[in-house]
Design a protein around this ligand. Structure first.
Ligand SMILES: NC(=O)c1ccc[n+]([C@@H]2O[C@H](COP(=O)([O-])OP(=O)(O)OC[C@H]3O[C@@H](n4cnc5c(N)ncnc54)[C@H](OP(=O)(O)O)[C@@H]3O)[C@@H](O)[C@H]2O)c1
Length: 237
């Protein structure tokens, strides 16, 4: 099967992995990021946009998806980590910055799809195990992913003809892990959950982005019976 897929955050990491995987499968890929994504074979349409800029999102999507009448899949993947820090030491403004990209940008994209209207068969919102496990130091990120899970559940009611899934991709060896696994940048003594990530890096427990994306692309057709709004962790499959 081929189709059309929107991928946000496709300039690096998992989003670039999805872009490569779906292009390889003959899909048309519509990508959004600040840095852009190029140098790939296949039908890639790309727009640069800061998803943290509320006013930039609708015009960028209108440019990118001009003439597209339906999407088979949207993978809302763009995300930021924010600081690994005690919540008491994290200003609300920092929490708001992370929420803007990890949650509200996705709300804006979903609202745009509804308003256009641009039908989409399936929307996968990239969540995290941190949505449901509150390890010390993961405040901004964990709050944003927990909210993303509920956003998915709530929007499922408003997209009656689509399947929405919040999906935790498992550990993936990306730029996000550069920070989490660097002792100079994050302190595993204070935040012990980082030790598990550092031990996993370089092992099969933390695949590279392309391998992780291929696995998820293979798994998605098997998830068709999941109720819309569900949270799925690929490590449970
Ligand atoms: N890596 C893991 O182990 C892991 C585990 C669980 C969940 N996740 C989730 O997987 C998703 C992808 O993360 P990753 O690990 O692949 O990290 P990454 O390599 O840092 O990729 C993040 C992507 O998001 C885009 N992005 C960030 N801020 C943006 C903004 N303001 N506007 C537009 N695009 C923006 C980045 O593009 P630009 O910088 O070009 O804008 C980049 O393409 C995230 O939602 C993350 O929470 C990752």
């Amino acid at each position: 099967m081929t189709g059309r897929v929107l991928v946000t955050g496709n300039s690096s990491g998992l989003g670039r992995g999805f872009t490569e995987a779906y292009l390889q499968r003959g899909w048309q890929v519509y990508g959004v990021s600040r840095r852009g994504c190029d140098g790939l074979d296949g039908e890639l349409h790309d727009v640069t946009c800061d998803l943290g800029d509320a006013d930039a999102i609708a015009p960028a999507l209108a440019r990118l998806l001009d003439g597209v009448e339906r999407l088979d899949l949207a993978i809302l993947n763009a995300g930021v980590l924010g600081p690994i820090r005690d919540l008491a030491a994290t200003p609300v403004a920092t929490l708001e910055e992370v929420m803007t990209v990890n949650v509200w940008a996705n709300k804006r994209i979903l609202d745009w799809l509804l308003a256009r209207p641009l039908p989409v068969d399936r929307v996968v919102l990239i969540s995290s195990g941190a949505a449901v496990v509150g390890h010390r130091g993961w405040g901004a990120y964990a709050l944003s992913k927990a909210t993303l899970n509920m956003l998915t559940q709530l929007y499922a009611h408003e997209f009656p003809d689509s399947q929405l899934l919040a999906l935790a991709p498992g550990l993936v060896d990306t730029e996000m892990q550069d920070e989490l696994c660097d002792p100079a940048r994050t302190d595993a003594t204070r935040f012990p959950s980082l030790e598990r990530l550092r031990a996993a890096r370089g092992s099969a427990a933390m695949p590279d982005p392309r391998a992780a994306a291929e696995r998820i692309a293979d798994l998605l057709p098997t998830l068709q019976e999941r109720p819309s709004g569900s949270f799925v962790d690929v490590r449970d499959l």
